[in-house]
Design a binder for this molecule. Structure first.
Ligand code: SF4
Ligand code: ZN
Length: 322
């Protein structure tokens, strides 16, 4: 097949849009979607200046998603000193897995000329995921601990780095899986929270001023296209799967969505469009109804939490007691 735009050999076909694109036009289309998202989400603060830039901390794992996001943003703002990027990597303590992906992060940030910071579970929390997975005191999947710890470290360190935004590399498939999971679990409160935390308008997020506002500028790009983009550009990324990967439910939804997408192209986009609209309405209702949870500092660590002791500290206590 030929590229719709220039007639060169197409490297991809997107069934949801009907497009066939060559290498150059495909790359351009991915970059355009990221830039459009940055614009539509109002990511760049109006009052950012070269002397007082907007500081965006990107969670960089070394996997294709965060590598592609960091690259596109760096290139987009190469000549715009109103944005300052900082990459933040988390070392979970997983033998033979995270060390390699961190070398990809170092290579990439050196190439891009972006400041790179790494924090580890071992230093910050006194645990390593390899041991947590083995002991498993709460009898749950390793990812359930890991997700809580990672979120906590990303948030506290984004704050410590004086970030104006915290960006993560979630792609369209990740987001559609999460949306579906929240629907299927009937978790309305979570839909509202997620909207406020990472999809809602930034003005509102700044207003609450509790957390560094989050953004996901890659969320319009399907996973396969992120992988192809990464491959075509030869970006340094790490592809091995974590030995503790255990989110069986998410994997089931991933397969289901891919099957649906094959038969009904565009279903991921329509799930997300509906989800964002619905969760925006819910977020408004929760706020108006005064149903937002009261947050107060965790007795242990001071993180904002809806309980006396935050979930991270609860898990760390259980691990220590095991
Ligand atoms: Fe942590 Fe699970 Fe990701 Fe492994 S797959 S790094 S355990 S969240
Ligand atoms: Zn705590």
């Amino acid at each position: 097949m030929d590229c719709d735009r220039c007639g060169a050999d197409a490297v991809m076909h997107a069934a949801y849009s009907g497009a066939h694109l060559c290498d150059a036009h495909f790359r351009e289309s991915v970059e355009r979607r990221v830039r459009r998202r940055v614009r539509e989400d109002d990511l760049l603060a109006d009052d950012a200046t070269p002397d007082d830039p907007d500081r965006w901390v990107i969670g960089l794992s070394g996997g294709k998603d965060s590598v592609v996001l960091a690259t596109i943003l760096r290139e987009t703002f190469a000549d715009d000193p109103r944005v300052e990027l900082v990459a933040l990597s988390i070392h979970e303590g997983i033998e033979g897995y995270r060390d390699e992906s961190l070398s990809a992060c170092e290579e990439l940030t050196a190439d891009l000329g972006v400041r790179h910071e790494t924090v580890s579970y071992a230093e910050e929390l006194g645990v390593r995921m390899d041991e947590v997975a083995e002991d498993d005191p709460e009898n749950m999947a390793p990812c359930a601990y890991c997700g809580v710890f990672r979120r906590d470290l990303l948030e506290t360190h984004a704050e410590a780095l004086d970030a104006d935004k915290l960006l993560t590399g979630h792609n369209l498939d990740d987001e559609a899986q999460t949306a579906l999971m929240n629907f299927l679990e009937g978790d309305v409160a979570r839909m509202a929270r997620q909207f406020d935390a990472s999809l809602g308008p930034f003005d509102r997020r700044r207003e609450t001023d509790r957390f560094v506002p989050r953004a996901k500028p890659l969320r319009d790009v399907p996973e396969k296209e992120v992988a192809l983009y990464c491959h075509l550009r030869g970006l340094p990324s790490h592809t091995a799967e974590c030995p503790h990967a255990s989110e069986a439910y998410r994997r089931e939804l991933r397969d289901l969505l891919l099957k649906l997408e094959e038969r009904h192209p565009g279903v991921r986009h329509s799930i997300m469009a509906g989800y964002e609209e619905l969760s925006g309405v819910l977020a408004g209702e929760y706020r108006d109804g005064g149903d937002e949870p009261d947050l107060s500092p965790c007795e242990n660590c001071g993180s904002e939490s809806a309980r006396d002791v935050c979930r991270k500290c609860e898990l760390l206590d259980a691990i220590e007691a095991a």
